[in-house]
Ligand binder design. Structure first.
Ligand code: ATP
Ligand code: MG
Length: 434
């Protein structure tokens, strides 16, 4: 490392991050709560190896290219390479396909949604960000790309926040095929002052935010535990089935919108398309706090240009509906019967006779991240609510299966209105009649 570089770049790995740096096993997963330094550690390792092994090839990958640009590449350019680093010169982040090191090493970046671009060549080390988003199949096919052989070892390295304990990646670690490293907040020097043995100011603030989380989100994002939510309402939800890559929606499919109002809580507007077999696809979403209804209306109209929207179903708030209408977004009142709505969504999540469910979510539908929600580690879009949407507890502390718990339910409400608008899937209606 040259003098200039060492002056610009300072990184000292702690705890599990230091273990990651030294690890040469074929598969390693940095698991841990929010903000412990997992992604930084993985990127620092790639950077270090790229400088040490001339001509080596690396892949930094996520489920979708778009999410990678928003997250990993920002950390890589700002913190790991550092401002003014010539390696970051060239194409803009969004269009970036690789970073080239002076010694001939190359760091390729991409998304599994554009797999042909990244899967046609071979690598020494692959880093998967938010590996929980990958299917077992994705993981296996990435591991077949580790054959470049310039480095003394090959490695599939990944990071993630914990999820349900039955997730394939967790099981893989349990079975000893992948090494899990439990990253902790004390491993991040921005949060924990190791010399003084206390939280930094930033650390105190950050932990206070995580303390406000509840339920499984708290267990996962604050405590780093792989837990299942108890009393989940939509137990048929499976991200591997219901979350799908984006595609161009044919012009002749039905389209409509569903809205749940909010100001302190999120205002949610979902755009839905329905295919000729009655399958619903959420293809766009607004999920924002602290904005006026009239501003939402303007944005909704702008986003819908060129699309023929047959209706907008909305929660019943008379004033908000009137405001939307006045600003060019007339609405019809949603069917709000809760039990019936929950039932209808559950039916759609189930596989029909053709082996496919009747409701899907296109990845990366979110128009923009709400910064306040991101800072609070709250759900940012509907698909982040669904597996932690639970029944309220009865007196005895057991899920009562009567009323949903009214937290993180804004996308859940909008989705219910959308499903009730389309109606029950044909096969379910038939079987109901006997
Ligand atoms: N050893 C370190 N020295 C200095 N800064 C660090 C160190 N480790 C992490 N950080 C900083 O802490 C912040 C959070 O790190 P990072 O994004 O890697 O966390 P994460 O565990 O991936 O979080 P998430 O769970 O949200 O994905 C970043 O700004 C990062 O640069
Ligand atoms: Mg991260």
């Amino acid at each position: 490392m040259g003098l200039l570089e060492s002056q610009q770049h300072s990184y000292e790995p702690r705890g599990k991050a230091a273990e990651l740096m030294a690890c040469t096993l074929p598969e390693v997963l940095m698991s841990g709560p929010a903000g412990t330094g997992k992604s930084r550690a993985c990127l620092e390792k790639i950077h270090e190896l790229a400088q040490r092994h001339a001509g080596a090839r690396f892949l930094v990958v996520r489920k979708t290219r778009e999410s990678l640009t928003e997250a990993a590449l920002v950390t890589y350019e700002q913190w790991v390479l550092g401002p003014g680093n010539p390696i970051a010169e060239g194409p803009q982040r969004r269009n970036r396909q690789a970073y080239h090191y002076p010694n001939g090493s190359e760091v390729v970046v991409g998304g599994l949604d554009k797999a042909s671009k990244i899967m046609s060549t071979e690598y020494d080390v692959i880093y998967v960000q938010e590996a929980i988003e990958l299917s077992a199949n994705d993981w296996e096919s990435l591991s077949t790309r580790l054959r470049n052989g310039v480095m003394p070892y090959q490695q599939l390295m990944a990071d993630t926040n914990p999820d349900r304990p039955t997730h394939g990646l967790k099981l893989r670690c349990d079975a000893g095929r992948c090494k899990m490293l439990d990253s902790r907040h004390a491993d991040n020097p921005r949060l924990w002052d190791a010399a003084k043995g206390e939280w930094t100011i930033e650390g105190q603030r950050y932990m206070a935010r995580l303390d406000n989380l509840t339920g499984p989100r708290r267990a996962r994002l604050r405590d780093g535990r792989w837990v299942q939510a108890e009393g989940v309402i939509y137990d048929g939800w499976d991200a591997e089935i219901h979350l799908v890559d984006r595609f161009d929606i044919p012009k002749d499919w039905r389209r409509f919108r569903a809205i749940d109002f909010g100001f302190t809580n999120a205002f949610v507007c979902q755009w839905w398309a329905v295919d000729p077999d009655g399958r619903m696809y959420r293809y766009r979403e607004l999920y924002r706090t602290k904005r006026l209804v009239e501003d939402h209306a303007a944005q909704i109209k702008a986003l819908s240009v060129g699309e023929s929207i047959e209706a907008t179903v909305a929660d019943h708030d008379a004033e908000d509906r009137a405001t939307l209408a006045r600003h060019g977004v007339p609405t019809v009142p949603a069917k709000k019967a809760v039990k019936e709505g929950l039932q209808a969504v559950s039916e759609r999540l189930r596989e029909a006779g053709d082996g496919r469910p009747r409701i899907y979510f296109l990845r990366d539908s979110l128009v923009e991240v709400d910064p306040g929600l991101a800072e609070a580690e709250k759900p940012l879009c509907t698909e982040q609510e669904i597996d932690v949407y639970v029944w309220a507890q009865a007196q005895d502390g057991k899920p009562a299966k009567e009323e949903p718990l009214k937290v993180n339910d804004h996308g859940m409400d909008a989705m219910r209105y959308a499903v009730m608008y389309v109606g029950r899937p044909r096969w379910a209606a038939r079987s109901f009649q006997g």
